[in-house]
Design a protein around this ligand. Structure first.
Ligand code: ADP
Length: 656
């Protein structure tokens, strides 16, 4: 029979071009696509065989992968080829024309327009990630092949057809001598190219890994033909030297390359802990066991199942915002996306596991994942389920939860910037505090609050030790008011967006005014302070004059009991730790001046007052001002801003 030539629809041409030229690091997805098609064809055959047993093949339903022309191939003649064959439903002549020559799915058209758009406006990387998120189907063969030949026989049919294309806009059809039902796709491989990240797909290791990566849980065996060698044995009369020089004799064997074990699909009581742990190690490439796991199944408008793990250790790059997400998205056992950031918020990126939904099958939806309505619903639900589970660990096993918090708490704190879902995790935050030995939740803090207390007090600092030395804590300790310790680097940043919990405002004790005690006590204390402040007005003005460069205001304090002085920021102002952090990050910010508060009940203040009354012009006053300021910095763990002046003041006072 003659050969007929056909043209691709124009979109197909466009897609081919884009695909070949824009994909960089994920070229291997073509194999996932072809194996997924083969697996669909096997599904279809199995379904049809329910009514017509005669179409079943003699052996098992399976996918076979082998190579030709390569080093490890059984037939090493000719150009390098990769063959993917299945004994599934196959295609008729009409189906080959329609399925392999046109783009039926409307989603594909949309994909192409998105792709062209992003190619013009964005980097190559963006284009690649776009393709990576789609199933690009059969056409992806041309990413690695310069020519593709498809032999297919529809199950139950008495004819077979051969489709050939070089991806140049045309394909040909002719009769094929394929004897059994199913489809056999031969890819004439482009030269492998390290610079272009094009692997050699005749290489056993590459094939095995690619199959494992994307198609491990496909429910049919994927057999890979591998080269083995027979052990060399000595024949009679051969000496050792001769045996050593003998080439081992090769033979080829089919080896199953996928595990087929989709354990998230098996009934929970059928799966052992060991199997779960094994699976966890496989998908997360971890060496240790997970801290915890949970499963869920959602039925309704959108169906999906999940198997999620809480890891017991953090990966090294966890704190980079662009560190990888740990969930894999599957549709019908075929992986759609590894490190899928569309189904959990970034502050849960450390979670590992699998989410599978038949509703986002490769064949059904080809819209962008993050814009997909189903994906949005899934994300919300997976997030809620994860939080619910973490909550149950906190409730049932505080010790375990504490470990999770110590490992991932800093990531969870990033949630304060998530206006959509962030609030839900706040009851799970743990903090050290001035009253609790271990950690406290904010709810537990609120429960311990006294009747007059209406705010949640906290203090930030570089470490618990530094915080506990802070003069700011004194009044709170003496009044027995609990203060939350924020000692992690992220806390400064976090408190920039975390203002309220359970309608109680969060108040830094080193910022603004503090008003402790009952309404009457507050008023009395404030009046007393004001009177003292007025009385000492000239002295305070004098000290302010000495420290004008560093200090915004000098005032008397209500928050000190033992220390002579402390520095406070205005409400909403930047704390010195934050300033230092930002400077370390290379940001240029002006140092903001703080308020120096003096303890009117301290002996030092009385001495200063005496000195001032005796001689307002005494140079000692200036020295004392610098000393008091310096010691307030030291007390809170900050470096001296004016070490020279501090030193001179110290020497001169010591000399007297
Ligand atoms: P999709 O799989 O998303 O439909 P593809 O471009 O991968 O898109 O494939 C187009 C169609 O070609 C499939 O829907 C299927 O009908 C047919 N097809 C592809 N591969 C095979 C195969 N191995 N066996 C039978 N039919 C196939």
């Amino acid at each position: 029979m003659s050969t007929e030539t056909f043209s691709f629809k124009s979109e197909a041409k466009q897609l081919l071009n884009l695909m070949i030229h824009s994909l960089y690091s994920t070229k291997d997805i073509f194999l996932r696509e072809l194996i997924s098609n083969a697996s669909d064809a096997l599904d279809k055959l199995r379904f049809e065989s329910l009514t017509d047993k005669s179409i079943l093949p003699e052996g098992d339903l399976k996918v076979q992968v082998y190579t030709l022309g390569g080093e490890g191939s059984q037939d090493s003649n000719g150009s390098r080829r990769l063959v993917i064959s299945d004994n599934g439903i196959g295609m008729s002549r009409e189906e080959m024309i329609n399925n392999l020559g046109t783009i039926a799915q409307s989603g594909t058209r949309e994909f192409i327009s998105k792709l062209s758009e992003s190619k013009e406006n964005q980097s190559g990387e963006a284009v690649e990630s776009l393709i990576g998120q789609f199933g690009v189907g059969f056409y992806s063969s041309f990413i690695v092949a310069e020519k593709v030949v498809v032999h297919s026989r529809k199950a139950g049919s008495d004819e077979a057809w051969c489709w050939t294309s070089e991806g140049d806009g045309e394909f040909t059809l002719e009769a094929s001598d394929k004897e059994t039902a199913g489809t056999e796709i031969t890819l004439f491989l482009r030269d492998s190219d390290e610079d272009d990240a094009l692997d050699d797909f005749t290489d056993e290791w590459t094939l095995r890994n690619t199959i494992k990566r994307y198609s491990d849980f496909v429910q049919y065996p994927i057999e890979l033909e591998v080269k083995k060698s027979k052990p060399v044995v000595a024949k009679e009369g051969e000496d050792d030297e001769e045996v050593k020089n003998k080439e081992p004799e090769p033979y080829w064997e089919w080896e199953q390359a996928n595990s087929m074990k989709a354990i998230w699909k098996r009934s929970p009581d059928e799966v052992s802990d060991e199997e779960y742990n094994e699976f966890y190690k496989h998908i997360s490439k971890a060496w240790d066991e997970p801290a915890d796991r949970f499963r869920f199944k959602v039925e309704g408008a959108i169906e999906f199942t999940g198997l999620l793990f809480v890891p017991s250790s953090a990966p090294q790059n966890l704190h980079y915002r662009d560190s990888k997400h740990g969930l894999q998205l599957y549709a019908n056992r075929v992986m759609i996306k590894e490190n899928c950031e569309e189904i959990l918020p970034t502050w849960l990126r450390f979670m590992k596991g699998v989410v599978e939904s038949p509703d986002i099958s490769l064949n059904v939806s080809r819209e962008l994942l993050q814009q997909d309505r189903h994906i949005k619903t899934i994300k919300k639900s997976v997030t809620n389920k994860t939080l619910k589970h973490l909550k149950s660990i906190l409730k049932d096993n505080r010790e375990d939860y504490t470990k999770v918090w110590e490992t991932f708490g800093e990531v969870l704190k990033e949630s304060v910037a998530d206006w959509e879902q962030g609030k839900k995790i706040q009851p799970l935050f743990l903090f050290k505090s001035s009253k609790e030995e271990g950690y406290t939740t904010l709810d537990e803090y609120i429960e311990r609050m006294g009747e007059d207390q209406d705010k949640i007090y906290y203090i930030t600092g570089e470490s618990v030790e530094a915080i506990e030395r802070s003069p700011h804590l004194e009044a709170f300790k003496s009044k027995d008011i609990e203060v939350i310790y924020m000692d992690q680097p992220i806390d400064e940043w976090m408190m920039g967006s975390f203002f309220e919990y359970e309608s109680k405002s969060l108040q830094s004790i080193s910022q603004g005014d503090v008003e402790l005690g009952s309404e009457e006590e507050r008023q009395a204390a404030e009046e007393e302070r004001k009177a003292a402040q007025e009385e000492a007005g000239d002295l305070l003005g004098h000290i302010k004059g000495s420290l004008d460069e560093y200090i915004k205001e000098v005032r008397l304090s209500n928050r000190l009991t033992d220390s002579p002085a402390c520095l406070v920021s205005e409400n909403g102002g930047m704390t010195p730790q934050m300033e230092r952090m930002m400077k370390q990050m290379g940001q240029e910010i002006p140092s903001s001046k703080r308020i120096l508060e003096l303890n009117p009940k301290h002996e030092l203040f009385t001495k200063l007052k005496d000195l001032f009354e005796a001689d307002q012009e005494s140079p000692k006053l200036n020295h004392f001002a610098h000393l008091v300021y310096g010691q307030a910095l030291i007390a809170e763990g900050s470096p001296l801003t004016e070490p020279v002046a501090f030193n001179q003041a110290l020497i001169s006072l010591m000399a007297q």
